[in-house]
Design a protein around this ligand. Structure first.
Ligand code: SF4
Ligand code: SF4
Length: 307
């Protein structure tokens, strides 16, 4: 995986830190591996890691309290079954009559929360015990652990980072954005977290706007590139990977802006363009359907990396 970063051709397919649907992950890994992707971002869930056994490189995502990547939605009794939420859920995590959330499919994107007319939806962090969850996952064979550290809680960030460092000696990644933190706090935090780590053993995933990659436009990807520039200006011994609203335009824009990135992580947009195939009951048996999906995934990868 280090070689991909050194050669600046690192592409990571983000299955979703909150995506605990093992079958979806199995299909995404099969399709994007066949399309040429080698790195996959996976939920810290043993069943999911097992489903991704064909991934060449596995990166496991964990988060601190209130980070959007580990939020899960719940619906309460105020619900009037209007159906607004189901229309905006990108991962089919909501069923109606009565309205309910399928927790293992919920990615914490908050789309449903924004459209509910009666405030019947709340989101809470699904925290895991790192000391219990990570050891069996590490033993199963992984290549990176990523900490989503976007909230203001420095103490909690340090605590989780310290546990991860104690448990795992391989490549680590810090996924960070500017929604809650100013530029100065982002840099101060990163410098503190990498202080005791060897040079180039840490990826900084410059998250623009998490889970916002629904359109293939320059505007969507602007924040990811801006965030990368802030990190680059510090000349830190880290790898820079862009994420959060990434699409086929991201690396082109980054190059135009003079960013010497090492790679890109794409989630929402990469999943969206193949969703109808991934969710098809015929995914494993209809060769023609699979090949159509494969062409879409291959074209997307080629276009994204052609910058
Ligand atoms: S819209 Fe987002 S937050 Fe709401 S249930 Fe779907 S994935 Fe979860
Ligand atoms: S948007 Fe709110 S009220 Fe409408 S179905 Fe969803 S949870 Fe119920």
């Amino acid at each position: 995986m280090k070689e991909l970063l050194e050669n600046r051709c690192f592409f990571k397919l983000v299955c979703g830190a909150g995506n605990e649907s093992a079958e979806d992950v199995r299909r995404l890994v099969k399709l994007y591996s066949d399309a040429g992707c080698e790195v996959f971002d996976l939920s810290a869930n043993y069943e999911v890691i097992a489903a991704a056994q064909n991934a060449k490189y596995k990166c496991v995502s964990v988060g601190i309290k209130d980070d959007p990547h580990i939020l899960k939605a719940q619906i309460n009794s105020k619900c009037i079954n209007c159906g607004n939420c189901i229309k905006v859920c990108s991962n089919d995590a909501i069923v109606l009559n009565p309205a309910n959330i399928i927790s293992k499919r919920c990615l914490g994107c908050k789309n449903c929360f924004s459209v509910c007319p009666v405030q019947a939806i709340s989101l809470t962090s699904k925290e895991i015990n790192l000391k219990e969850t990570l050891p069996p996952i590490i033993s199963a064979g992984i290549d990176c652990i990523e900490l989503h550290a976007t909230t203001e809680d420095e103490k909690e960030t340090d605590k989780k980072w310290s546990i991860i460092n104690q448990l795992y000696s391989g490549m680590l990644s810090i996924c960070i954005d500017r929604l809650n933190l100013g530029n100065k706090q982002v840099i101060t935090r990163i410098k503190r977290l990498i202080k005791n780590r060897a040079p180039y053993t840490t990826i900084i995933q410059t998250d623009g706007i998490p889970m916002s990659g629904t359109n293939d436009s320059y505007k969507t990807t602007l924040q990811a590139v801006a965030m990368a520039e802030i990190i680059q200006n510090e000349n830190l011994p880290v790898y820079i990977v862009l994420s959060g609203g990434t699409n086929t335009k991201t690396l082109k824009l980054a190059r135009l802006c003079g960013i010497n990135y090492h790679g890109i992580a794409v989630g929402s947009y990469a999943r969206k363009i193949v969703k109808e195939y991934i969710t098809s009951p015929n995914f494993w048996i209809d060769k023609k359907l699979y090949n159509r999906a494969l062409v879409i995934a291959k074209d997307f990868l080629a276009e994204t990396m052609s910058a």
